[in-house]
Design a protein around this ligand. Structure first.
Ligand SMILES: Cc1cc2nc3c(=O)[nH]c(=O)nc-3n(C[C@H](O)[C@H](O)[C@H](O)COP(=O)(O)OP(=O)(O)OC[C@H]3O[C@@H](n4cnc5c(N)ncnc54)[C@H](O)[C@@H]3O)c2cc1C
Length: 335
């Protein structure tokens, strides 16, 4: 189903649903938007965008396209909400071993990496090397979600409600909840835990990444630090084991003296790595999901692409088309 006359129902108020609401609103669409008001990984995420990620120190998938789209999108919402949402931060990528440092150094001049590298910087005590990466930062996800909800509540679009129905005018932005129900075939959802800590005198000018984790300044001596990956116990309950692991990361990245002031857990919605998906469903509705670990980066651009599918009748690009993913999965299974 497509077209400007349809009154769509958006299910879910995470990053996916919220970006979609803005994208449809900007196109002058009327819609109903529901969220059950409990859980969701966007509410506890650190909101970080890190251009060069992972052990391989590689740009995120289609970074050069999605990052400017995301920043432009958040800037436009900041104007509507009259509130700062995007906080740019240089990222200090730390190497803890000679092997890791050699790998990073070997990538610095690569054509796809070099544009994001500011340069080598002095490594803090206990680290072998450090590189500053530009273009990153953090989205204040809570402020984005809460401000957007208030904005659309006032307009009469938003309702707190659980959605149980089906239907051809429904766009499912249900995050891990939808994937765990098995709606979209096999998933790779991963639970993650995160601590909010308070520390005095720590560096608040950089996001730090190293030791398999990250430390993201929130202002006023508060930091978010994470994270864990767990594929077997997919619930939203913080664990003692998770806390121990993240305390280790915080100690390594920041120092020994800090106070834990919050501990949360969520489930990253994953189908294929952190590659987002959109697509029509057999009941005539649509899905927007699979933002993985990179919702802040991909949700805005994907929402705009989905709005074009819904309103202009364009087809999803094959790479992000959920139907192509499903077909590939079927072929893999039959081999
Ligand atoms: C520990 C951790 C740290 C993370 N850190 C980062 C980070 O730094 N940067 C980053 O980009 N990403 C991060 N992520 C990933 C990010 O959280 C996800 O990519 C993103 O939040 C997914 O958004 P979503 O809208 O798809 O899902 P969700 O945020 O889960 O939203 C789905 C919403 O749908 C609602 N819902 C579901 N079913 C129904 C129904 N039937 N009726 C009504 N409502 C329904 C849910 O209640 C929920 O509110 C992190 C994730 C975790 C777990």
């Amino acid at each position: 189903m497509k077209g400007g006359d349809t009154k769509w129902t958006i299910v879910g108020q995470g990053l996916a649903g919220t970006c979609l609401a803005w994208a449809l609103w900007r196109r002058g669409m009327d819609f109903v938007w529901v969220d059950r008001g409990t859980g969701g990984s966007s509410r506890m995420a650190a909101g970080m965008i890190n251009p060069l990620t992972g052990k391989n120190f590689e740009p995120s998938w289609r970074l050069a396209e999605f990052l400017p789209e995301a920043l432009e999108f958040y800037a436009a919402v900041e104007i509507q909400l009259e509130r700062k949402l995007w906080h740019p931060f240089p990222i200090m990528r730390l190497a803890g071993s000679e092997k890791e440092w050699r790998k990073i150094v070997s990538k610095l001049d690569a054509a796809e990496v070099a544009p994001w590298v500011v340069g080598e910087v002095a490594a803090p005590v206990g680290w072998v090397g450090a590189v500053e990466v530009g273009g990153g930062g953090r989205l204040d996800t809570r402020a984005f979600l809460d401000g957007s909800r208030e904005f659309f509540e006032k307009l009469g679009y938003y309702q707190l409600a659980e959605f149980f129905g089906n239907g051809e005018a429904v766009i499912r932005c249900e995050g891990a909840t939808g994937l765990l129900l098995g709606r979209y075939g096999p998933h790779r959802c991963a639970k993650g835990e995160i601590l909010t800590i308070h520390a005095s005198g720590w560096d608040e000018t950089h996001i730090r990444i190293g030791a398999g984790g990250w430390l993201v300044p929130q202002g006023g001596g508060v930091f978010k630090v994470g994270s864990t990956y767990e594929w077997d116990e997919l619930d939203e309950l913080p664990t003692a084991k998770g806390r121990v692991r993240i305390v280790e990361i915080a100690s390594r990245l920041g120092g020994e003296a800090f106070e834990v002031i919050g501990h949360d857990a969520g489930i990253r919605p994953i189908l294929r790595r952190s590659q987002p998906m959109i697509g029509p469903l057999v009941d005539g509705g649509w899905m927007f999901n699979a933002l993985g670990s990179k919702g802040s980066l991909y949700a805005p651009g994907m929402a705009v692409r989905l709005s074009r599918c819904l309103l202009d009748g364009t087809e999803p690009e094959p790479e992000v088309d959920f139907r192509a993913f499903l077909e590939q999965t079927r072929q893999d299974d039959s081999r």
